[in-house]
Design a protein around this ligand. Structure first.
Ligand SMILES: Cc1cc2nc3c(=O)[nH]c(=O)nc-3n(C[C@H](O)[C@H](O)[C@H](O)COP(=O)(O)O)c2cc1C
Length: 294
């Protein structure tokens, strides 16, 4: 799948990527009302990654259903709509609006965006997370993915809460809260001051989060974070992810997901496997090293 916020509404990518080969497209997160987003600059390159503080700039659910969804629904792949509310009621309202909209395969609840004040609270408080998932669960017949933030002390607590709320799968991770400073000007490099770190720099954090969640919940996991090659994908699968999303890499190599798909059968064969399911969560520890981290 291609990750929310990194593939636009697919129009720009349609000429570059054979969309029929993707598992799903996740358009940019949609909110109830239009949001202008954060002040510029909104992106800055960092070592091994990038910081963004887009601020969920979007035209709101009305415009999404009217203008983007008809196009997306006609594409030859599944559309998983990412939604974010400032309150439980907003999440439920968004789910209600999408319930009868044609062409939506599933909902991803963005309870993890570091750029929306209020939004992130659902991803750091297990009680709030469970309530939001169960609230949407009651209102929606669509499969629900809960997208978690790594910006917590223990991601397994939140993963269990999402499971208890009735999520069908867990996506992790969203970006890691970070900052870049222009010391000569004594200014933050992002207009909003802080933003979300993504790209290869966060892959070890994401792998760790996926591995931990895999030990804590029964739900399928969607691994996200720094994936840019077939090796990255295989690492996530072995660590416990059932599927993956590719984000930042789309910006600098739009065809990356297709290149990875081309390389998948051979990588599976190297482990004596023919199906992704054969390798999911097959990570093994040396007996002695199991408890040691250094
Ligand atoms: C510019 C930018 C915008 C993003 N917007 C969203 C968003 O709207 N909703 C969301 O759930 N994640 C958003 N993300 C996070 C990505 O979907 C993904 O979780 C994260 O970037 C980690 O994956 P990556 O390292 O492959 O990019 C955004 C990421 C970037 C770089």
């Amino acid at each position: 799948m291609v990750a929310s916020g990194t593939f636009g509404y697919a129009r720009e990518m349609a000429g570059l990527v054979d969309l029929a080969r993707l598992g799903a497209i996740l358009p940019k997160t949609i909110t109830l009302m239009p949001r202008p987003g954060n002040p510029p600059p909104r992106t800055v390159e960092t070592t091994g990654g990038m910081l963004n503080s887009i601020g969920v700039d979007n035209d709101g659910i009305e415009a999404f259903i009217g203008r983007q969804l008809p196009y997306l629904a006609g594409l030859p792949t599944a559309i998983v709509v990412s939604i974010a509310g400032k309150s439980l009621d907003e999440f439920v309202e968004l789910a209600a609006r999408l319930e009868d909209a044609p062409g939506v395969a599933a909902l991803e609840l963005n309870v993890s965006c570091p750029n929306v004040s209020g939004g992130v609270d659902f991803g750091i408080d297990p009680g709030a997370c469970e309530k939001v998932v169960s609230g949407v669960r009651k209102r929606s017949s669509l499969p629900i993915l809960a997208k978690l933030t790594p910006n917590v002390t223990d991601v397994t607590v939140i993963a269990r809460a999402a499971e208890a709320g009735g999520a069908d799968a867990i996506s992790l991770i969203n970006t890691c809260l970070g900052m870049a400073v222009d010391w000569r000007r004594r200014r933050p490099r992002l207009g909003a001051g802080m933003g979300g770190l993504s790209g290869p720099a966060i892959k070890p954090i994401a792998l760790r989060a996926v591995y931990q969640a895999a030990q804590a919940v029964e739900l399928p996991l969607v691994g996200i974070g720094g994936i840019a090659s077939i090796d990255d994908v295989m690492e996530f699968l072995v660590a416990g992810a059932t599927a993956v999303q590719i984000g930042t890499a789309n910006f600098y190599r739009p065809t990356v997901s297709i290149e990875i798909l081309d390389a998948l059968p051979d990588a599976l064969a190297q482990l004596g496997a023919t199906r992704v399911a054969d390798v999911v969560g097959t990570l093994e520890f040396e007996q002695q090293a199991a408890g040691s981290r250094q």
